[in-house]
Design a protein around this ligand. Sequence first.
Ligand code: CTP
Ligand code: MG
Length: 235
Amino acid sequence: MSNPHPAYWGVVPAAGVGKRMGADLPKQYLQIIGKPVLQHTLERLLSVTELSAVVVALGREDGYWPDLPFGEHPRILTAEGGKERADSVLSALDRLHGLAAADDWVLVHDAARLCITRADVRKLIETLRHDPVGGILALPSSDTLKGVENGLIVDTVDRNHVWRALTPQMFRYQALRSALREAAELGLTVTDEASALELKGETPRIVEGRPDNIKITRPEDLPLAAFYLEQQCYE
Ligand code: CTP
Ligand code: MG
């Protein structure tokens, strides 16, 4: 890698509809302790001063974004999201064309992970900054995991070999963009950035994250997220 001082960019896919949440608005706009989910997430990312700017991918029909206080924000850019999460991330990366250098770092973080801490983002950056490929925050599994077919257990997975993928996921700008593009061209579904790099034969690094970095997915996650946010005593 040629540049000794690559920049860091944030990408936040926020163009989902929140089907499993089943609310009457997308889950990233639900209020939790007085603020929309997406506002919590972005304020926390913006407090990481290493990030030059954060690109938010928004749904085409999103009428809620203008009510958030980021319209004129100097470190927030927007892009139009796509059909799948990977399409939204790719669109945000396209928005960085001409701004990000090939070997700059991109940290992709789900809008729905509002309990992300500065400490975890900095841990990811500090661990990976000299890595050629990059990696992700992840959690070891504390439960025994079962392989299941038609409702029957067919095997037990060695839990020492299984981690739960979280975000942010941190990769080089050009490598991530071309990996996601190729996956899309091949019609392969990638549910996170690491899988796109894995398809290219890379072996992204694991960085152990905090268990409170949950993704709100179903209604029962909302009080848990509120509890974590209050526990964290963020300023
Ligand atoms: N996302 C996106 N574009 C999509 C789909 C998802 O930007 N086409 C974003 C979501 O807004 C969310 C993140 O990717 O912040 C993780 O996705 P997920 O938790 O699955 O959110 P939704 O797709 O909205 O939820 P569901 O799958 O229940 O519909
Ligand atoms: Mg989804």
